[in-house]
Ligand binder design. Structure first.
Ligand SMILES: O=C(O)C(=O)C[C@]1(C(=O)O)C=C[C@@H](O)C=C1
Length: 364
């Protein structure tokens, strides 16, 4: 349901000259050297699709003693990008000092990173520094899948008068490891879009994918869900990048990806309710499969112990205990115990088959 919290949001088309949606923001994870910034910027300009050039100047890193960004000198390089290519420029801010520096050097758009969004004190400090400024600000989702924290950060910026606001979906931290670096939890940005239809939301497929070969499929998904644009990490020499080397694309690969995205100008209305719920089901199914696969890997380890200790594959007493346990828990979660029994018996059948095959294959 539509929420009236963010009144008066100005659409991206009116943020900066020549802006249009989908909004395409691209550039290196970090500004490393003037040469790297300029070469990447010129190659991106030549793709003809980039509206805003991005580069991280101050990098919040997990560990100390890693590259933490070049600092303010990089802002001069961004000025040169603007002068020579005509592209608008963007960087990440994490403190009031960053805001003042970026504005002083004429940066056109700011974004706030996931770690900063997770910290309301930091967001408030940035919001206070931005009071009275007329600059677009994009807020990345917080690290944890917490929609209210994300909305709260945007609210703090809205409260100081900013109206050129948007959100960036960059995925969420999860203990469950998959091929992706961050879990997209698509239902969260979709819920944001449903509640705040006027708030632009763009996708950062680089941080969700974590590997360059997975970036295009995430970007396509964002387009399918009618997000308002993309922010893509691109580098002239990704393998030698000083940060996030695995997820950056060359400008050529980036351009190829953008050209191959399907449905960019589709006017087909998006059926939020049905599609959102199906997206949520796809995610849950993926998690279910991940959990079942993890269970089978544990079952494999038990097979090796059983082989060493010459135990039977089928352990009726243990299996009875498992069934009693899952049936009770299923009931307390509103599921029929007989349904849980059938589901787990199917899993057990596969465990027994897996263990029997392992033990048989190790026999002389
Ligand atoms: O506990 C064991 O012995 C297992 O090998 C695991 C498992 C299971 O899938 O949970 C598999 C086979 C046994 O019949 C009982 C349980």
């Amino acid at each position: 349901m539509e929420n009236k919290k963010f009144q008066g949001i100005i659409p991206p088309e009116k943020w900066i000259k020549d802006c249009s949606t989908p909004l395409i923001i691209a550039g290196p994870c970090s500004a490393e050297t003037e040469e790297q910034v300029m070469q990447t910027a010129h190659q991106l300009k030549n793709t003809g699709v980039v509206q805003i050039f991005r580069a991280g100047i101050w990098k919040p890193r997990t560990q100390p003693n890693t590259f933490e960004g070049v600092g303010s000198v990089g802002l001069e390089w961004l000025q040169r990008v603007k002068r020579e290519t005509g592209m608008s420029v963007a960087t990440e801010v994490g403190s009031a000092k960053h805001v003042f520096e970026a504005i002083k050097y004429g940066v056109d758009l700011l974004w706030i990173g996931a770690r900063t969004t997770s910290n309301p004190f930091a967001i408030q400090e940035i919001a206070d520094a931005l009071q009275g400024a007329d600059i677009p600000v994009l807020v990345k989702n917080p690290l944890s899948p917490d929609l209210d924290l994300w909305i709260g950060a945007i609210e703090r910026l809205h409260a100081v008068g900013l109206r050129k606001l948007g959100a960036i979906h960059r995925g969420f931290f999860s203990w469950e490891k998959t091929d992706l670096r961050n879990q997209p939890c698509w239902h969260i940005p979709l819920s944001m879009m449903r509640q705040f239809p006027d708030l632009p939301i763009i996708c950062d497929p680089s941080h969700i994918a974590g590997k360059r070969e997975l970036v295009p499929e995430i970007a396509q998904r964002a387009y399918d869900l009618r997000m308002h644009g993309l922010m893509v990490e691109t580098h002239i020499n990704p393998d030698n990048a000083w940060s996030d080397a695995r997820q950056q694309l060359t400008p050529a690969n980036f351009s190829e990806m953008i050209q191959s995205l399907v449905g960019t100008d589709s006017d087909e209305p998006y059926n939020h309710n049905l599609n959102d719920l199906r997206t949520e089901i796809d995610e849950i199914d993926e998690q279910l499969l991940g959990m079942v696969a993890r269970r089978m890997r544990t079952v494999e380890k038990i097979a090796h112990l059983k082989e060493e200790e010459k135990l039977n594959v089928i352990q009726p007493k243990r299996w009875q205990d498992v069934l009693v346990n899952v049936k009770t828990k299923a009931e307390s979660r509103g599921l029929r115990p007989t349904f849980a029994e059938g589901l787990f018996n199917a899993i057990h059948e596969e465990s027994v088959l897996l263990q029997s095959n392992i033990i048989r294959s190790n026999q002389p």
